[in-house]
Design a protein. Structure first.
Length: 263
């Protein structure tokens, strides 16, 4: 079985930035073990698989390790493929997923993700997680992911967990967001996943489902400008809509090819 594959850099205007994702269109769902094997072979943070169902697209996301319930950058990458490579003529793409209905709209040269809000609540820092950190946070919150709030951008930049200790932490399927007020933007963040093949995610759209309501309330703003401070980096324009969040970004095509899948 032959399938077309696209590798897209999301949350960047140019290749070699943002967060890479592979995107594959299927006619029907393959066994989960096959989808996971493809994601492992691709070796990027996320692979998105989608099926055209007519009025909407069904989408699923896989890291090299597990299936995820939501992934922002791979959804943005999938929308980029549908808009720019598959001749989609309409203004809005609608997806159905494990996290419910999602939408991506065109906005001039940007795309806008319409995702559910995940407002984090105050939480206790697990002992195993605390022991792995080189800098202790000022505050701790949790939704799907732990949200560790730091004093300033310098502390987020200096964050470096002890990998051996960090991998003892079990947060499945979530991760650890580290965040602080930004020097030139509203807030900055980084995202780490214990026990994962790829420790730090370059740009994490789904993390902003929690970061947007958190910083929106703290700063008294509904429109927010954010940076993710990974090595590749990413810039996000965000809006708090209450029960939903809007995340704007762009994407660039790095590769178009074909893969052979044994079925």
């Amino acid at each position: 079985m032959k399938c077309k594959i696209y590798q897209i850099d999301a949350f960047t205007k140019d290749v070699f930035g943002g967060n890479p994702a592979c995107v594959i269109e299927l006619r029907e769902w393959l066994p989960e073990s096959v989808l996971l094997s493809i994601a492992k072979e691709n070796g990027v943070p996320e692979t998105a698989f989608f099926i055209n169902q007519g009025e909407y697209y069904h989408i699923r996301w896989f890291t090299p390790d597990i299936e995820m319930d939501l992934c922002g950058h791979a959804t943005l990458a999938t929308a980029h493929v549908i808009f720019n490579h598959l001749g989609y003529r309409y203004h809005t793409i609608r997806f159905r997923s494990a996290s419910g209905e999602l939408a991506v709209k065109r906005d001039n040269n940007l795309m806008v993700l319409d995702f559910p809000s995940r407002d984090p609540k105050p939480a206790h820092l697990p002992v195993e997680l605390a022991e792995s950190l080189n800098i202790q946070p000022q505050e701790v919150f949790k939704a799907r992911d732990y949200v560790l709030v730091y004093l300033n951008q310098n502390e987020v930049e200096a964050f470096a967990p002890n990998r051996a200790l960090f991998d003892r932490v079990n947060i499945n399927p979530g991760g650890v967001i580290v965040t602080a007020p930004g020097e030139y933007v509203d807030f900055v963040s980084r995202f780490f996943t214990p026990q994962a093949t790829i420790l730090e995610d370059p740009v994490t759209g789904s993390a902003h489902c929690s970061l947007i309501p958190f910083w929106g309330k703290r700063l008294g703003k509904t429109q927010l400008h954010a940076l993710q401070l990974s090595e590749r980096g990413g810039e996000l324009y965000c809006e708090d809509m209450g029960s939903r969040v809007l995340i704007k970004g762009s994407a660039a095509t790095y590769l178009v090819g074909e893969i052979g899948i044994p079925v």
